[in-house]
Design a protein around this ligand. Sequence first.
Ligand SMILES: [Zn+2]
Ligand SMILES: [Zn+2]
Length: 280
Amino acid sequence: MGQQKILASIVDDPWKIKALRNDISIFTERGGTIAFLLSKKGIVVVDAQFPDQSKHLIDELKKRTEKPVKLLINTHHHGDHTAGNISFKEIVDHVLAHENSLKNQKNVAISQKTEDKQLYPDQIFTDTSHQKIAKEKISLYYHGAGHTDGDAIIHFEQANIVHMGDLVFNRRHPFVDRNAGANMKSWISVLKKSVDQFSSDTIYIFGHAAEGYEVTGTADDLNAFADYLGKVLDFVDSQIKAGKTKDDILKATEIPGASQWKGDGIQRPLQAAYEELTAK
Ligand SMILES: [Zn+2]
Ligand SMILES: [Zn+2]
C-alpha cells in the first residue's frame, strides 16, 4: 500500500479519537460522545453510539491493547448511546447504568419491538456507585431528573474527567425527554450540583455539541448551559403569562439572552418548557 493510499484511508475514517488525559480518550462518529479508558487491568467504555459505530470503536480498541473490556457504562438509555451495546455482548464483563436508564431502555425496546437488539445493563445503581480499575477510581452519581430521569454522571477521579452524557448539549438545543421523566428545572440543579462537586481542573465530556463547538469543556460550559435552560423557562413562562398560545410560543426562533444557542431543534426545549410549566 503506497503512502497516498494510507493517507487517504486515514482521511476516510468517519470517526475521530482524541486523547484527553491519563489514558482516557473520546471517540466521536454518530451519536453521543464515547469515552474510553485503557488501563493495565482492562478497558472501560462509557456509551456505545450505534452498532456500526461501536464495531469501529472495538476495532480501534483492539489495535491499542489486548486487555479485556471490563466495563461498559451507559450515561442514559437513548439509542444513540445504547444501541451499540450489542456489539459488546460477547466481550464485556459488565454493563452498568442508573436503574431508571435500564427501565427506560426496556420500555423503549418493548414498544419498538427491538428487545433482541439490546444489551441491557446487568448492574444498576441508585445514588452512587464506585468502581476501581488499576489506578483509576470511577464514581457514578445520580443528581435527579434532567435530560431523562436516569442520567448518570461519571467521574474518572485520578484523571479528573467527568462524562456528563446528554446532561450537556454544548451550544445546541437539547432533546428533553419528558416521556422518560425529564425535567428542566431539576436539570438546572443537576448542573449546579455537578459544578459544585468537581474542580476547576475537571475536564467535562458532553453528549453533543453544535457544529463548530467541542464535545469537551469546563465548568463554564455547564454554567452556560444551566443559564440557557433557565432562559428557556423564563421566556416560555413570560409568553404564557402574556396570553400566548403554545403554537405561538413554538414559532420563536431564538431564546432571549441565549444567543449562543442557534440552529435547529429550538421547538424541543420550547415545547418541553411549555408542558412543564403548564403541567397540573
Ligand atoms: Zn444523545
Ligand atoms: Zn439522550
